[in-house]
Design a protein around this ligand. Structure first.
Ligand code: MN
Length: 480
């Protein structure tokens, strides 16, 4: 859908009518600075900041956030300056634009001390005003939605960066709808054929199980009515990326227990437990699939009750039971209710984050305990960002490995024979030692010699993946 300035105004009119003149001013300002610029799609550039503001207006973002979203590329891409933005708007808008501009340069893979100082500054500043993260996430979301216009190479590197940095950030602030969308788009570009296969299987399953789910829903709904419980239902299928991750753990498609779920939305917490009781009365639950995230919320504040039952025709169906308020938090994270405190959103957010969110607590703790900048960045990376890295083969294929994986892990991941005959490795055009620890976006070439008899016992200390360990032990055993 094409978003216009009128659409945005209509949204804002519904919750902050007096801010419309300011919003219009930001729109005109941005439009004027970006005037000649075009997006890769050929559209006028202003479409992009307009879309970013529009998504934020759906979360009822405050006017400073909306203005900053509108202006977020002005300093980076045009003659516009921060000083002028402060003069025409205010200090908060300036700081937000500044933060978003700096965050664009967040490169966790740069190993120089100077950049570690900068990185540390950016990361610590994120914790100061989380609205920067929210704007940046929505900025990335719109760029990912329009990624088709970019070159293949750009598509892959943006998709990788999204998985590495933005998906974890979205998770940390609990913005799960944004997280899911980012993951699924990134996945589609990184592994198009696997994505296609999974999507097809999922669509087939949807056709096959539509009736079963509808029947289950109807029965539960009936029982609720008899007990005077009001609820809304939504049928959902696991998204493609989550399915992919499950398949990677060697669980078969048919065996995924939460492939199909029914979301049950009720008024208050008491009704959640009543709903749970009634569902269990109707269908037998699987013992170890019950989770009470209301009593014990996830670290990102997600609350819900999950239970998987043998539904109609003995199909495994997961129920997710939560209140409408919990649902809002599940979609947008705490952003949804922070923005209710209009003028004070920034401070309330900050306090909330520090009290409740592990991510922000960790930043504060690490910042106060670690002096060395490189060490700080590496700890942040290890503790807070993706536990996996993504590297390229020489043909541009993307390989996913756990953090800490070496070129030997890479070789075995490609093929057992390649691992077993590996004699050297070249990363980004330079020869490296066999215990070289891979970094995101490395390009890796393995040199093999089929007459070499190579895997040695000491290799076991140089690998982290179970596959590589097993293959090396197997080789040693077979060749003793
Ligand atoms: Mn942008």
């Amino acid at each position: 859908m094409e978003i216009t300035e009128q659409d945005l105004e209509k949204k804002v009119l519904s919750y902050a009518p007096f801010d419309i003149p300011k919003l219009r001013k930001a729109y005109d300002y941005a439009k004027n600075y970006h005037k000649e610029q075009k997006r890769a799609s050929g559209e006028p550039y202003i479409i992009h900041p307009l879309n970013v503001s529009y998504v934020l207006s759906s979360m009822h973002a405050d006017i400073d956030t909306l203005c900053a979203a509108m202006l977020h590329d002005v300093v980076e891409d045009t003659e516009g300056t921060l000083d002028d933005i402060e003069k025409k708007f205010n200090k908060d808008v300036r700081d937000l634009v500044d933060g978003v501009t700096k965050m664009t340069k967040l490169d966790l893979n740069n190993k120089k001390e100077l950049s570690a100082i900068n990185l540390r500054r950016i990361i610590v500043s994120l914790a100061k005003d989380p609205r920067i993260i929210i704007i940046k996430l929505v900025d990335r979301l719109h760029n990912m939605r329009t990624l088709e216009y970019k070159s293949l190479e750009k598509q892959k590197s943006k998709a990788l960066e999204t998985l590495e940095i933005y998906v974890p950030l979205a998770y940390y602030i609990g913005a799960s709808r944004i997280k899911d969308e980012l993951e699924n788009i990134a996945f589609r570009y990184l592994k198009p054929s696997i994505y296609g296969d999974i999507n097809k299987q999922r669509e087939d399953l949807k056709k096959e199980t539509k009736e079963i789910l509808e029947n289950t829903k109807a029965k539960v709904s009936d029982l609720f009515k008899k007990n005077g419980l009001k609820a809304n239902f939504e049928i959902r299928y696991k998204d493609n990326y989550s399915i992919y991750k499950k398949l990677l753990t060697h669980i078969k498609f048919e065996m995924i227990h939460d492939m199909m779920s029914i979301k049950v939305l009720v008024k208050n917490t008491k009704d959640c437990y009543l709903a749970l009781m009634l569902i269990h009365e109707l269908y037998t639950p699987i013992n170890n699939r019950f989770k009470d995230y209301i009593a014990k919320p996830k670290t990102n504040m997600y609350k819900s009750i999950h239970t998987t039952v043998f539904g109609e025709d003995n199909h495994l169906i997961q129920f997710q039971i939560r209140t409408y308020e919990m649902e809002r938090v599940a979609i947008f994270g705490l952003t949804s209710y922070w923005f209710k405190y209009k003028n004070n959103a920034k401070n309330i957010m900050k306090q909330d984050l520090e009290d409740n969110f592990q991510f922000f607590k960790s930043i504060k703790e690490l910042d106060s305990t670690i002096l060395d900048n490189i060490e700080f960045v590496s700890r942040i990376k290890k503790e807070l960002f993706s536990s996996n890295i993504y590297v390229y083969t020489t043909t541009g294929e993307v390989i996913e490995l756990p953090n800490g994986a070496t070129v030997i892990d890479f070789a075995y991941k490609i093929h057992t024979d390649i691992g077993n005959s590996m004699v050297a490795a070249i990363v980004n055009d330079e020869a490296v030692a066999l215990d070289y620890v891979l970094e995101n976006q490395d390009r890796v070439r393995i040199i093999t010699d089929s007459t070499a008899y190579v895997p040695k016992e000491e290799w076991l200390d140089k690998v982290v993946t179970t596959t590589a360990k097993n293959k090396i032990m197997e080789f040693i055993r077979d060749n003793e």
